[in-house]
Write a protein that binds this ligand. Sequence first.
Ligand code: MLT
Length: 200
Amino acid sequence: MKHIFHQGSNKEKPTFLLLHGTGGNENDLLPLAKHIDPEASVLSVRGNVSENGMPRFFKRLAEGVFDMEDLKARTEELNEFIGKAAKDHGFDRSNVIAIGYSNGANIAANLLFTYSDALKGAILHHPMVPNRETELPDLAGVPVFISAGTNDPICPSEESTDLESLLKNAGAQVHLHWENYGHQLTMPEVEAAKVWYGQL
Ligand code: MLT
């Protein structure tokens, strides 16, 4: 997968897996990762799917309606890619924290829904429930930060509260943060994610 890797100054720190929103690319979330922890390593990936030229991490049939077969295949592909990148770039595969926005947060959520050990933790900005038909793996103690907008037309508030419950029922430690905005990624939610990360 097309990606950027930056070795952090402190090898004990996690590697942030950065996953952009629809139409974005691997450069978008680099400043955000630096803001959250300037010493962490960064693996920033570009989605392999193109929707009319807009990169995404999996296909959709309509807005908010996912192609479930493609989501499954792309989630497996991303998980394998993280393993390969860990070997190629020499980072600790067991210390990867995802930071995703929108479509990128959705595939990060699906990594959590599919594997108990794909991610050490996750920061999900404006995610949806990626799959309502699956049983989650054991996510005991996995820290997850979710941020959501009360006026988000793409993610109705039940998407966030349902995702919170599903992850909590699988054992994850979930923090749900609300902003009175829409689907955009706001500075206050990034600050809230930074505070949450600082307490891990
Ligand atoms: C998705 O397709 O993942 C969600 O609708 C979010 C988006 O990318 O617009």
